[in-house]
Design a protein around this ligand. Structure first.
Ligand code: GLU
Length: 348
């Protein structure tokens, strides 16, 4: 797989970094993780802010009380609590994993060139950006870029493309994922907006198969059923250089993980991605059913499920719980402490 330019060569060594080049630390002990997960669960389970999404009619039927949390370590153990096994549709979180498959299939250079990887794609002084930024960005985590990403999935027919997605996401999860036909039918009957975006992109030459086919596959991928536990394992696979730590199966290359996670960090929580990174300090992706997957490179993945959402469409309890876990488990990528030995002695 080629890299995008000479500035950051992705050779065999970069793709499989030796352990001493990675300094992401390790998780606390299993007992501590279990205690922190259950303390956080008790602390946030009664938060009752937010509203369950209803723009896809079938989504409105879920109980706002449901709350599941799971942490999966790269050592292969999963710590779960509450409704961690309850299934819901993956929705927007599929964008992340389909992008990982496409980045892996095309290579990071072509993926960047065809999809874009910036959070807004607009210059620093853009006036249009103020007017138009909601969902009009051009990267694989928001709808335009996600529809374009789906259109690039390998496969000669719509069936083959969707099969590639199901097979790929199932390797991430470590079990075969299936479509929620009720949610699919409900969204397929109401997805004019996404079809419109796909056709608009097609007009701009940024759609790489038939726009209606891409929209239908995208709607199906959003309807795959997962649990908080699945999300934790899927996140842990991205945290583990692309290898599922429970099954040992490789989903994507470690080079693809290295390219996908920064895109997630800039755009995974819609227009609140900056706030999220400020609080949690980790790449994460939320979905309209109430799921959030979070990745702590080299350590593990966190999956949460709680349907009530804030105005940006992110699970309220999921954000609180993940912020808590990031702090207590020491996951924040931006946290450092002064060197133990103190400043180096100056010479002479
Ligand atoms: N199926 C949804 C859509 O494209 C996914 C949105 C989401 O989870 O934010 O409208």
């Amino acid at each position: 797989m080629d890299d995008d330019d000479g500035s950051a060569p992705l050779d065999e060594e970069h793709d499989h970094p030796t352990p001493e080049w990675v300094s992401t630390g390790s998780l606390p002990s299993d007992t501590e993780i279990q205690t922190i997960v259950s303390t956080g669960y008790k602390r946030f389970r009664h938060v009752d802010e937010g509203a369950v999404a209803d723009y896809i009619p079938a989504l409105a039927e879920v109980s706002p009380e449901a709350f599941g949390v799971a942490v999966a370590g790269v050592h292969g153990r999963v710590f779960a609590i509450g409704d961690a096994e309850q299934e819901f549709t993956i929705q927007s979180i599929s964008k992340l994993f389909v992008f990982a498959l496409v980045c892996n299939a095309l290579g990071p250079a072509e993926a960047r060139q065809k999809l874009g990887v910036n959070s807004t794609g607009l210059p620093f002084d853009s006036v249009m950006g103020i007017e138009l930024n909601e969902d009009r960005t051009m990267n694989p985590m928001v709808n335009a870029g996600a529809l374009a990403t789906t259109s690039l999935v390998p496969g000669a027919s719509p069936e083959e493309k969707f099969e590639h997605i199901v097979a790929g996401l199932s390797v991430f999860a470590g079990r075969t994922l299936v479509v929620d036909e009720e949610v699919y039918a409900s969204e397929a009957a109401t997805n004019d907006r996404n079809r419109g975006i796909a056709h608009l992109l097609s007009g701009y030459g940024r759609m790489y198969c038939d726009p209606d086919v891409a929209t239908d596959i995208y709607t199906r991928q959003c309807s795959l059923r997962v649990s908080a536990r699945d999300l934790a394992v899927m996140g842990a696979t991205l945290a583990d250089g692309g290898v599922n730590p429970l099954t040992g199966a490789r989903a994507v290359s470690s080079g693809s993980c290295r390219r996908v996670l920064p895109v997630l960090a800039t755009a995974g929580l819609y227009e609140r991605s900056g706030d999220w990174l400020y609080d949690v300090g980790l790449p994460g992706k939320s979905g309209v059913s109430g799921g959030i997957v979070t990745v702590s490179p080299g350590k593990g993945g966190v999956g949460t499920f709680s349907p009530p959402l804030d105005e940006a469409g992110n699970s309220v309890r999921g954000q609180r719980m993940t912020t808590y876990l990031s702090e207590r488990l020491g996951l924040n990528l931006f946290t450092s402490s002064p060197r133990q030995e103190g400043p180096a002695e100056s010479e002479g």
